[in-house]
Design a protein around this ligand. Sequence first.
Ligand code: ASP
Length: 440
Amino acid sequence: MDIKVVKFGGTSMADAESIKKVCNIIKSDKQRRFVVVSAPGKRSGDDIKVTDLLYSCAHELQISGDISEYFQKIKSRFKKIVSDLKLNFDIDTVLNEVEKGIYVNRTMEYAASRGEYLSARILSEYLGYNFIDAKDIVFFNEKGQLDEEKTNAKTAAVLCNLDNAVVPGFYGADITGTVKTFSRGGSDVTGAIIAKAVNASVYENWTDVNGFMCTDPRIVKNPKRIEKLSYKELRELSYMGANVLHPESIFPLKSAGIPINIRNTFEPENSGTMILPEINEKDNGSLITGIAGKKNFALISIEKSMMNSELGFARKVLTILEEYEISFEHMPSGIDTLCVIVAESELMGKSDAVIQKITHTVNPDHIELTNGIALIATVGHGMAFKPGTAAKLFKALSDADINVKMIDQGSSELNIIVAVADVDYEKAIEAIYNQFFMQK
Ligand code: ASP
């Protein structure tokens, strides 16, 4: 029988009502044998995530040595969940052990990991599933990166003997056995690791939205849902700001080609978004899959006559950026011009020195730094080999009276990136969306 790995996010684990929904989803399909959970998230707009309370505990421990104020809040959240679930489980003892553990271990990462640990302990009791601690199956190497090989071997060995298990997301153990966490939102990555290890037929990532939308719903009201997208399209869209799934989640799954299905715990009948290793462009029907973007970039434009024949020009510019530890996003060039786009935050406090050093090293005719640039990626395999996609995009922008400062299209024809002024960002996204998704 196929195996499905299911991961439930913070909103799905926020209170007893949501956990009952989680349980119904799991029990409605026998293939849903391995479950990964986040810590309880927000129950309402002004609530605080358990993980944030735990970071506050660790912070307080360093400052005053006393975590009781914050830990009390954590205790009452978990106690309420257990009592609302009418669960016969001695949560007090577990909470006391966790509190002691925070005092003994003293690290931010240990404290932060306890939300997932407690969430998984409770759900495993409620479901009657085995509990497997992530620190025994997920490992980081001496560089602090996920040790994929060791993790995959151990996870597969442990889980293959079990009918079912609940595993806390977000953390594992470093080479000394100390708890270490992924970056924020990292339970998504744990789910992917487990899916790979048990060779799941699908990795279901249950959250509080109906999947990826064709663009940011804060800009366009009720945008269409993306039904299917490829790993590559996902990478482009999440890099550019679409943040339904942790961007590193695809790496463990890539080699195994396991699809990811984003689903909504609060609307389980909705089929969500399916993320597939490859998409046959004919399958998808639409020219464009989605539009995403980010603000606050800077554009360094360099002009020099005969630049095209000067060997090593771009290398010299990029070496300077490297010296200042600045990573760049794009580098479109012309015959006598070179533009480098970097995030404003990367340049912070370094811009004058960088411009001076470039000026001194490559002696340009003109160099200019423009701040307040937004990048917008229009992504879709469907545009490959189809004439007219760029024309449609630029017509939309020109009809909306938006000036395009830079254009970048890779030869894979997976996306077209345009740079516009930050102030035009929302208007540009809306114009592109309307052009590709609203017009027949
Ligand atoms: N609880 C962690 C966070 O808030 C990890 C996760 O939910 O994936 O970032």
